[in-house]
Design a binder for this molecule. Structure first.
Ligand SMILES: [Zn+2]
Ligand SMILES: [Zn+2]
Length: 510
């Protein structure tokens, strides 16, 4: 009896000391939420409220897009219920431009190695230590099963991934404090050189459980947080683990193909047993609004890639099966490439301080090799192309460009300002190439430019929309502004201009 009293007293104290996260209802609470998760920036607010109606509607639309809801731009009952669903404390959105580029999954920074260590630094009071360790182990295995990653529990106090349970303010600043039961369940840090990088924190005010519908399922929350520890951001796919909101205990939990595609884009498939993966199929993906690389291969195909996927265009058609993962089309290539160059008969790919050489879809030699092979070029180039006017090789990086002479390298005359190429965006381009029609094209954001070799400037009538003109994207499927510089909510409805344009010009005309 005395023992029961102590337990009851303990429960009573625990209940008194942790005040539940308040229900979000007032305008002030709503806009604190919107700012915390990245749907509005402080610059766009006055006295804690959106500075104007347009900003307000835009923020709500992105909140609804991320939550997989009808994008009405008005906070209805469903929106308010979602806002009050327990969730992860990490941001959903970095910027409006980020949301426009958003694939289903989204990538943050990654570890530069695949063998990672972990340890529990501060215990949970809900479950015995051994049980928590076995849950964490299972949560890591969910990721290592489908990637090249391996995880090892160590007893060190400085493992790669430090796990701790804590309530309220727990050492990572005011914005990182936990909010009592419900609300924020946990948060984690992306990989970084900072010691906190990769760490996962769980709100001790939640009641964490294992294998039951009551309480909060620790395994699911841990697997989600480890996704962040490994460099994944939130996904707007409702059934994906990386969806920001807690969806209740799922007895037969499995990673979604979206989670698997995300982790494999960072670390490759490894020796695990990846599920059947599917190519991106959401309209936004098929349209690939932004390309980071454009090039040709010896067989006459044109290629356009973003961070993870590649489109191929032969003549005026996109063959079936595209977009495809970069590594499936060009075995041996990593994702997140910087640039590519077709210099007949080879296609070169560049990333950071390394490059690869391909002949059509086969690696031609032993690669990667160091960028120092290209005497005088910097690392991290943005674009590379052979200019149709003189047949020379050019590279761009930021607002500068370099001419490269085979067998000689780059002369000390370079870099020169990119503004010499009149009409191009002054802060640089994302990609460039010479197409089989002899024209040189430049890509930036969601647009592209055709260069006129006669007048040595961008042709009139440009820029045009890349996805619509090159990738056969139906403008109706282009969600969101067609240019990054736009951003008003009305542009969520496909711009009439783009529809008109594509009808008039069609996919074959450049
Ligand atoms: Zn999260
Ligand atoms: Zn924390």
């Amino acid at each position: 009896m005395r023992r029961l009293c102590v337990i009851l007293l303990g429960c009573y104290l625990a209940a008194t000391f942790s005040v539940a996260a308040p229900r979000i209802e007032t305008q002030q609470q709503i806009w604190e939420f919107m700012e915390k998760y990245g749907y509005i920036t402080r610059d766009d607010m006055v006295n804690g409220m959106p500075k104007d109606e347009e900003t307000k509607t835009k923020s709500i639309i992105y909140f609804q897009k991320m939550g997989n809801m009808t994008m009405t731009g008005v906070l209805d009952e469903d929106s308010m219920n979602l806002m009050n669903t327990p969730r992860c404390g990490m941001k959903d959105m970095e910027s409006f431009a980020d949301m426009m580029r958003r694939k289903r999954y989204a990538l943050g920074p990654r570890w530069d190695r695949t063998d990672l260590t972990w340890n529990i630094i501060r215990d949970s009071q809900d479950l015995p230590r051994a049980q928590v360790e076995s849950i964490m182990e299972r949560a890591f295995t969910a990721w290592s099963d489908v990637s090249s990653l391996t995880f090892r529990k160590v007893s060190s106090s400085e493992p790669d991934i430090k796990i701790l349970f804590a309530a309220g303010e727990h050492g990572d600043g005011f914005d990182g404090r936990f909010d009592g039961p419900s609300g924020v369940l946990a948060h984690a840090y992306f990989p970084s050189l900072n010691p906190i990088g990769g760490d996962a924190h769980f709100d001790e005010d939640e009641t964490y459980t294992d294998g039951t519908f009551s309480g909060t399922n620790l395994f699911q929350v841990a697997a989600h947080e480890f996704g962040h520890s490994l460099g994944l951001r939130h996904s707007d796919v409702e059934d994906a683990l990386m969806y920001p909101y807690y969806r209740g205990y799922q007895p037969n939990f499995q990673l979604h193909s979206d989670d698997i595609n995300g982790i494999q884009a960072h670390y490759g498939e490894g020796n695990g047993k990846p599920e059947e993966r599917d190519t991106p199929s959401t309209p936004l993906d098929n349209c690939m609004p932004r390309v980071t690389l454009s090039t040709q291969t010896a067989d006459g195909s044109a290629y356009f890639a973003n961070e993870t996927h590649v489109f191929r265009r032969t003549g005026n058609t996109i063959p079936a099966g595209y977009p495809m993962r970069i590594v499936d089309e060009f075995p041996g290539l990593p994702s997140n490439l910087d640039a590519a160059l077709f210099y007949s008969p080879y296609t070169y790919f560049f990333k950071g301080s390394e490059y690869w050489r391909f002949r059509d879809r086969q690696m031609a030699g032993t690669y990667p090799r160091p960028m120092s092979d290209w005497g005088g070029l910097p690392n991290d180039v943005d674009a590379a192309f052979v200019w149709s006017r003189n047949g020379r090789i050019y590279f761009t990086k930021g607002d500068q460009y370099y001419a490269y002479y085979p067998g000689y390298g780059v002369s000390s005359y370079y870099p020169q300002p990119l503004s010499h190429w009149r009409g191009l965006p002054s802060d640089g381009v994302d990609a460039a190439f010479q197409y089989s029609n002899g024209y040189t094209y430049f890509f930036k954001g969601s647009n592209y430019y055709r260069f006129n070799d006669g007048t040595v400037q961008v042709d009139t009538g440009y820029p045009l929309n890349t996805a619509v003109q090159w990738l056969g994207c139906n403008p109706n499927e282009l969600v969101g502004p067609t240019s990054e510089t736009e951003g008003d909510a009305t542009a969520i409805i496909p711009s009439l201009f783009v529809i008109l344009l594509s009808t008039l010009i069609g996919i074959c005309t450049f």
